[in-house]
Design a protein around this ligand. Structure first.
Ligand SMILES: Nc1nc2c(ncn2[C@@H]2O[C@H](COP(=O)(O)OP(=O)(O)OP(=O)(O)O)[C@@H](O)[C@H]2O)c(=O)[nH]1
Ligand SMILES: [Mg+2]
Length: 455
């Protein structure tokens, strides 16, 4: 991989803006700056106003704020300049043209961050987190990614690695030096180390259940019999009157979807047509969509009208819903209740239930909290818990866990230490893949090609 040349790109979105931001990184950066500004590069880390000229014609391109960062104290670890001219597409095009004429080339997507990784400024998980920060749709998502960018994942992995390495070292010295087999005591010590490492790895793997939703968001389908108040609950969760509400059963006929956020996690809310046994041609088509939405969603809200007696219709519906993350909403709590506690329990089954009034707003916040809890695998969500948010990291951890379990299994079954070592080394490699210490070559293209240009 060639990282000796000098690259440039517009780092702000194309278009017109007060100021734009062009990055130039590589060994030739000071020489290129000298040629376009006619002066020596500014003192490092000090923003300076400079006139930019095309040295071929001598014509001025724009006046810009130029900041120079000297290697290795820059984002990429190389000589780097941040040039901020006015945000005008003609100015930017002319500037990039001159930079390329002077020996730089246009950067590939993610190339600045890839260089930061290759020059040891950031680990691979941190580089991936940079992209997550840019793509975050909520502040909470950006915060979670920000923590990972700062190396939080590497810190979480360290105790797993330390134990694994100690187990490997113990086994290796047994292979190298011991004439006899491992003593029972040292065997026990190795099992302890591996057990501890596996437990931590498992905890991280389990956090992916919630972490995946934090990074990617989730879908929540709102289903139930006609007139139960599904559209009203949908509007209340959304905070605006998006879906049509009337007292006529069968008002909603098609799927109505909107993006919102619950607890900083993006959620796609889906209001659906009420499900009942009869209904006209159009309603039946709508109901088919409701069923599909319920089957595809990450979580389901079953809304029923608590001011009416439950019928077999509600129970039948509940039986059809198999999502593990589900909640029953007993709506219209502002009216006299007709459903008993026993009936509520019987209908809810394994799901939690919440009382709401979409009319007064009562219980809507509680419904939000219970949704978050269900998405977090039934646990009270702790916003400061470390989360695995990236499938690649989760898969590497699973690979590491398998290696540790196999290694421990080999020792337990009295196989030779070499067998166990083989699996344990694989486990260590898998952990190294996450932060980029091992086996990264074929990964880099895949990871950085999904970045935007200029980052
Ligand atoms: N009193 C009271 N009325 C409610 C409440 N929620 C909804 N309603 C009323 O119940 C009726 C039906 O509400 P919708 O939200 O349209 O019900 P839906 O489940 O979407 O109905 P369909 O789209 O027909 O399946 C409307 O008249 C609402 O005003 C509530 O919490 N309390
Ligand atoms: Mg409706």
């Amino acid at each position: 991989m060639d990282i000796t040349d000098t690259i440039c790109a517009l780092s702000t979105p194309p278009g017109r803006s007060g100021i734009a931001f062009v990055r130039l990184s590589g060994a030739d950066c000071p020489a290129v700056l000298r040629q376009i500004t006619g002066k020596a590069p500014p003192e490092p880390r000090k923003a300076c106003l400079r006139r930019l000229r095309d040295p071929r014609s001598g014509e001025e391109i724009d006046e810009a704020v130029v900041t120079f960062f000297k290697a290795p104290h820059s984002y990429t670890g190389e000589n780097l300049a941040e040039i901020s001219p006015h945000g005008n597409p003609s100015i930017i095009a002319a500037l990039l043209d001159v930079l390329c004429h002077l020996g730089a080339r246009l950067a590939l997507p993610g190339e600045f961050t890839m260089r930061a990784f290759l020059r040891g400024r950031i680990d691979l998980a941190g580089a991936e987190a940079v992209r997550d920060i840019i793509e975050a749709r909520t502040l909470y998502q950006a915060r979670v990614a920000g923590r990972q960018r700062g190396g939080a994942l590497a810190k979480e992995l360290q105790p797993v690695k330390d134990r694994l390495i100690e187990a490997i070292v113990n086994l290796e010295s047994a292979v190298e030096f011991a004439e006899e087999d491992l003593t029972t005591a040292s065997r026990e010590a190795i099992f302890d180390l591996l057990g501890g490492a596996a437990q931590r790895a498992e905890k991280l793997i389990n956090s992916f259940r919630k972490g995946r939703f934090v990074r990617e968001g989730f879908t929540l389908a709102i289903v139930g019999p006609p007139n139960a108040g599904k559209s009203s609950v949908f509007n209340a969760l959304l905070g605006r009157d998006r879906s049509i509400v009337t007292d006529i059963p069968g008002t909603t006929r098609d799927l109505v979807s909107e993006d919102a956020a619950i607890g900083g996690i993006p959620v796609r809310l889906e209001d659906t047509a009420g499900l009942r046994a009869d209904g006209g041609e159009i309603e039946k088509l709508g109901m088919e969509r409701s069923r599909r939405a319920a089957a595809d969603a990450d979580a389901v809200l079953l809304v029923v009208d608590a001011s009416r007696n439950l019928s077999e219709e509600e129970y039948g519906l509940r039986r059809q819903l198999t999502s593990p993350a589900g909640i029953v909403i007993f709506n219209k709590s502002d009216l006299p209740a007709r459903v008993t506690e026993e009936e509520k329990q019987a209908l809810s089954g394994s799901w939690p239930h919440v009382h709401t009034s979409a009319k007064t707003g009562h219980g809507i916040d509680e419904a939000r909290n219970v949704i978050l809890k269900q998405i977090s695998g039934g646990e009270e969500p702790d916003r400061d818990d470390f989360l695995i948010t990236n499938l690649r990291h989760c898969q590497a951890l699973e690979k590491a866990l398998t290696g540790m379990e196999r290694g421990a299994g080999a020792l337990k079954n009295g196989m030779s230490e070499e067998f166990a070592l083989f699996d344990l080394r694989k486990a260590l490699d898998a952990l190294g893949e996450i932060t980029g210490e091992t086996n990264t070559e074929n990964l880099l293209d895949e990871i950085f090609s999904r970045f935007c240009i200029g980052k």
